[in-house]
Design a protein around this ligand. Structure first.
Ligand SMILES: O=C(O)CCC(=O)C(=O)O
Ligand SMILES: [Fe+2]
Length: 202
């Protein structure tokens, strides 16, 4: 049976081709989302990674934690450290996501945006270990933040999706090939947000 995509009905970003993204609000209830948010913030082994920017070492403006199956990935090509082992909470979330997406994922990256100063800069998830047209399932908990998308070749083609707590967004098609995305900093007061991106690492 074809899966219902609520993206168009949500009208969150009219005009964005449906081949690039599906949006499923309410995969988790408000109560579930709040519990998951607090528990994962408390219990995850957060790291703040250092990246090189214009020859300077800078801390990424968010915290991350990475989990994966022990055998099925090549984490050296992802430039990540040895992954953590799945927890029961993460497996529960993964199962619910897989039932909707119809794919088995073997890793998840957790991003913790502590407030409006935390962000992720424009990028595509196009590492070799993700394959050429990866399907990436993104689940958000907590503070609503805007997920901006722009075309690499023409920055005027631009969309913004409000990622609600408990919602699943599926990135697919050419999204990681022809487009970039980001979570911008916000000058408005922002509470904590967690984002989980489930990926298949080859
Ligand atoms: O926080 C988000 O919604 C996006 C995170 C992201 O783009 C990533 O982890 O690659
Ligand atoms: Fe990304």
């Amino acid at each position: 049976m074809e899966q219902l995509s609520l993206f168009a009905e949500q009208g969150q970003s009219p005009g964005l081709p449906a081949t690039l993204l599906d949006y499923h609000p309410g995969l988790f209830t408000e109560t579930e989302s709040e519990l998951i948010l607090q528990k994962l913030i408390r219990e995850s082994p957060w790291q703040q990674r250092v990246v090189k920017m214009y020859d300077k070492q800078v801390l990424t403006p968010r915290l991350t934690a990475w989990y994966a199956d022990p055998e099925t990935y090549d984490y050296t090509s992802l430039r990540r450290s040895v992954p953590n082992t799945w927890t029961p909470d993460l497996l529960l979330i993964k199962n619910r996501v897989e039932a909707i997406v119809g794919l088995k994922f073997n890793s998840v990256l957790l991003n913790y945006y502590r407030d409006g100063n935390d962000s992720v800069a424009w990028h595509s998830d196009n590492e070799r270990a993700l394959g050429t047209h990866p399907v990436i399932a993104s689940v958000s908990f907590g503070q609503l933040r805007c997920f901006d998308i722009r075309k690499k070749q023409d920055h005027r083609q631009r969309y913004s999706i409000k990622l609600e707590s408990g919602a699943l967004m599926v990135m697919k098609g050419d999204l990681q090939v022809d487009w970039e995305h980001r979570i911008a900093k916000s000058s408005k007061p922002m509470k904590a947000r967690l984002n989980l991106t489930f990926r298949v690492v080859i």
